[in-house]
Design a protein around this ligand. Structure first.
Ligand code: GUN
Length: 280
């Protein structure tokens, strides 16, 4: 029997604990979200983040900029938020419009307010196996789910499909820091199935609906599905959920797996930001 890794209930528990913690603070922690343009998926993600923040007593502000905004417009807004002591956490929703240099924007966020953990200070500290201010929310949520099913990660073979800044790269580093043997695959990887078949833990984060089939996986593997794709009017992941049933040891469903944990980790990072900025 394949176990279902219930990210929704794990996230609910974390949100409840955060709500109780926030109630003891003298002031509401504040998260400021920058959204440029009108990407459909981004608007939904941002709405979910704002709603989740409000539910646990975080103050969340949305700064929605026109899709034709210049790099300088966005940099000026970030600078203002960096210098505003009421702002504890800043995120810039990705992807940005094509005319914007994403790295230039991310690099402007003060590392102590970078609750997405994307700034090179934070990614660099993670690479060095030192403690960054923040770790990116999706990889952090995945680690929490994986550790429940694999408490002993040392020596495990992990394959990650997708080498993104947001998921694949930071997750590979987190797993390497836990002594896993990590392979990152991507669109140019040859004979990918030969690699995924050896994985004790397989993470699919490539945005290709139902890519991973039964013959891609090892018996008993732990499968983590980061995909959010639209198929036949429904949401589906990068792993063919029905096809891998009873072969996988455990799997995160889509929806209800990684997604809710990502939001819970962003909220946790924002509370952490508040505490960082109020420690004397
Ligand atoms: N776009 C997709 N995922 C994320 C995320 O975790 N943070 C930001 N800022 N943008 C995203």
């Amino acid at each position: 029997m394949t176990q279902i890794i219930d990210g929704k209930s794990a996230a609910q528990q974390i949100r409840l604990e955060l709500k109780q913690q926030i109630a003891t603070l003298p002031k509401m922690p504040q998260l400021d979200i920058v959204l440029v343009g009108h990407d459909d998926a981004s608007e939904i993600y941002v709405r979910n983040k704002l709603k989740a923040a409000a539910e646990i007593g975080l103050k969340a502000n949305l700064h929605q900029l026109d899709e034709h905004s210049s790099e300088n417009d966005i940099l000026a807004l970030i600078e203002r938020l960096n210098n505003d002591s009421a702002v504890n956490g800043i995120i810039v929703q990705l992807p940005l419009p094509a005319h914007i240099n994403t790295h230039k924007i991310i690099n402007q966020i003060a590392p102590q307010k970078d609750v997405d953990g994307f700034h090179p200070y934070n990614t660099g500290m993670l690479q060095n196996n030192e403690i960054p201010y923040f770790i990116a929310a999706t990889p952090l949520g995945i680690m929490k789910l994986v550790q429940r099913f694999c408490p002993h990660l040392s020596g495990k073979n992990v394959v990650i499909i997708g080498a993104s800044l947001i998921v694949g790269r930071p997750l590979a580093t987190l797993l390497l820091n836990q002594e896993c043997t990590v392979t990152i695959t991507h669109i140019h990887t040859q004979n990918i199935k030969e690699l995924t078949q050896k994985a004790d833990i397989l993470v699919a984060a490539c945005g290709v609906a139902n890519l991973v089939k039964r013959d891609w996986i090892k018996n008993g593997a732990v499968l983590i599905d980061v995909g959010i794709n639209r198929c036949d009017g429904k949401i589906c992941g990068d792993i063919d959920f029905a096809d891998v049933q009873d072969k996988a040891g455990a799997i995160t469903p889509v929806p209800g797996g990684v997604g809710p944990m990502t939001i819970a980790m962003l909220l946790e990072n924002t509370v952490h930001a508040y505490l960082l900025q109020h420690q004397s």
